[in-house]
Every structure is written in structure tokens, then in C-alpha cells.
Write a protein that binds this ligand. Structure first.
Ligand SMILES: [Zn+2]
Length: 328
């Protein structure tokens, strides 16, 4: 058995990736490994450098939006710090779930007691399914839209169909010029594997346009340690559109028949060789174009697996490049 080479910190050696553009990085963390910043007025965001969460500090209590377990008790510290500085109560009265995923909701149980948890009806169903004590089901659910009025502040929750997850919602703060949409756009970074681990590819591709249809200047996007801008959303859209165009070109250009012929009776071997060839042809120019533009674009697996998912969506949802009968 061989052991991977270890660096000074004991971690496995990583490939020599391109430097992360400074513009992709957020503010420095404090000694407790978090940063809390004002978005506008009494809306604040909290980050550990990778995950983002937010809260409204109103005269009638605090409304928390997502509770990533990686931030964990630092979210409570951030609320206490700001409430003391602003001279308002640090009592958390409401917790809003953006979606049911554990990596954004797994510290929800830190705010138990008389806190009112709010989420989409599908979030409620999925949390009941997952039966995780760290993510209690919401007491208040909604189907399409829900308006939250707390301490004179208004928050508009809306579900516009599945995207990253079946239940992922848009959280608009009209009085704070801000939108919160988690796990679609990573501010300044490429999506990770498989279209950012998303369930619905057409929904994921369409979500940024819905986000841009709202009026806002600041986007709280879930990752990676800074707020996003409308330009960030546009660059993300271009990256995805380039992948889609490249996948269309590759599906049209690569003839699957020679792969199936070579594979003989092992049909799956032919499918693999064909789809791998299409993916390689489609993804390679995207990696080249976005390295240095979006952070981590040169982690090829991210763009390759995202390209594979989009190429499969083109096949299965639009019929592009799907096998035709040999004798029609
Ligand atoms: Zn998620």
C-alpha cells in the first residue's frame, strides 16, 4: 500500500492550480473564524469564508436566513455582536430556510425555543423525509409566495420552480436592495461538480435570469465568502451558456457509430467512449477560457462534470443527439 505524499501540514499535495483572483476572495475572518458585515441598514451577512448566511436585526427581534453548520455557533456570536452594537434585542424570533440541504440548514436547531421557522412546503416535506434533529421542520410553510413583516421590515419569499434543489427559494429584501439565492451562483467561482450538485438542470440554468428580474444591488449567494453583484451573475450565465453552446457543437460533431462498432456487444463501453469524447471536446475550451476569470475554473472535474450534466440535459430534455433508429 502506498501513502500519498504529505505537505508540511499533513495534507495531501494538491496539483499546481492557477492562482485565485483577488476579486473572488472576501473579507478577512476574525479570530473566531467568522466575518459579519452590513449589507444595507439592519440587514447583515455572516461568512466563514466558504458559506454565507444572513440576518435582519429589527426592533422586534432577529430574523435568521439559513444556518450553515460550518458557521455554527459563530452565527449566534455574530447576532449577539451586532445586536449589542445596534442596541436591539438579540432574540431570534424567525428562521427562514432557503432550501432543505444540510450544509445550509444544519445549524437550525441552535435557534430552537419559540423561534418561528419558515420554509417552502417542499422544504417541509423533504425535512420530514430526512428526519434530521439538526433541521427541524418549519411551522410556517407556503406554496408560491410568502411575505414576512417583522419590526417594520418586509421580506418577500418566492418559489419559482425547482433549480439547484426542488425547494430552493428566492428571498427578496425590497427595503435593503438585496436578493438571497443560495447554491446557484458562486460569487466569482465556478460551480462545483455536476452543475453545483443540482437536481434540475433546466431549472438551474434558468434561475439566474429569474434572479436578475428582481431589483437588487447585493446578492447573498451562499458561497464563497463575499457578496455577489449583478455582474457576477452575468459572468456565471455566460459560463453556463458557453458550456451549453459547446455541448451542442460537440454532440453534433462527434459521430457515435464508430464507438458503438468498436465496443461490440458491450454497449455501455461504446456509450462511455462516445460521451467521454463529447464531454472532452465540449469542456476543454471552457476550462481554457475561464481559467483566470472564474476562480477554480482549472479544476477540470468541476467543468467536465457540469458539462456532462448539461450535455445529458440537452439529450434527455431537448432530444438533441439522442440515438435514432438504424432503419427508420
Ligand atoms: Zn444546496
Amino acid at each position: 500500500m502506498t501513502t500519498p505524499a504529505s505537505g508540511a501540514g499533513g495534507a495531501a499535495d494538491l496539483p499546481d492550480y492557477a492562482p485565485i483572483p483577488r476579486s473572488a476572495l472576501g473579507p478577512a475572518l476574525n479570530e473566531q473564524r467568522y466575518y459579519v458585515g452590513r449589507v444595507e441598514r439592519n440587514l447583515y451577512w455572516v461568512t466563514d469564508g466558504v458559506y454565507n448566511s444572513a440576518f435582519l436585526a429589527t426592533a422586534d427581534g432577529v430574523v435568521v436566513f439559513d444556518a450553515p453548520p460550518s458557521i455554527g455557533p459563530n452565527l449566534r456570536r455574530a447576532v449577539d455582536e451586532i445586536a449589542a452594537a445596534d442596541g436591539v434585542s438579540n432574540r431570534v424570533t424567525h428562521l427562514v430556510y432557503s432550501h432543505h440541504h444540510a450544509d445550509h440548514a444544519g445549524a437550525a436547531a441552535l435557534f430552537e425555543g419559540d423561534v418561528v421557522r419558515i420554509g417552502h412546503e417542499e422544504t417541509s416535506r423533504l425535512l420530514a423525509r430526512d428526519d434530521d434533529p439538526a433541521r427541524p421542520v418549519p411551522q410556517v410553510t407556503f406554496t408560491d409566495t410568502h411575505t414576512l413583516d417583522v419590526g417594520g421590515e418586509r421580506v418577500e419569499l418566492a418559489w419559482h420552480g425547482p433549480n439547484h434543489s426542488p425547494d430552493n427559494i428566492y428571498i427578496h429584501f425590497p427595503g435593503h436592495d438585496t436578493l438571497m439565492l443560495i447554491d446557484v451562483v458562486n460569487a466569482g467561482w465556478v460551480p462545483i461538480y455536476n452543475v453545483n450538485l443540482s437536481d434540475d438542470v433546466p431549472g438551474y440554468i434558468g434561475a439566474p435570469a429569474i434572479a436578475l428580474s428582481y431589483p437588487w444591488t447585493h446578492l447573498i449567494s451562499g458561497h464563497l465568502g463575499r457578496l455577489a453583484t449583478r455582474d457576477d451573475v452575468t459572468v456565471h450565465q455566460q459560463y453556463i451558456a458557453d458550456i451549453e453552446a459547446s455541448a451542442r457543437e460537440a454532440l453534433a460533431a462527434v459521430d457515435p457509430i464508430p464507438f458503438y462498432m468498436a465496443a461490440g456487444e458491450n454497449a455501455w463501453a461504446g456509450v462511455k467512449a462516445n460521451l467521454d469524447t463529447v464531454t472532452e471536446r465540449a469542456a476543454a475550451p471552457i476550462v481554457a477560457k475561464y481559467t483566470g476569470v472564474l476562480a477554480a475554473a482549472d479544476i477540470e472535474e468541476f467543468t467536465y462534470t457540469t458539462t456532462f450534466q448539461i450535455m445529458q440535459s440537452l439529450r434527455l430534455n431537448t432530444g438533441l443527439g439522442v440515438s435514432r433508429p438504424v432503419n427508420p
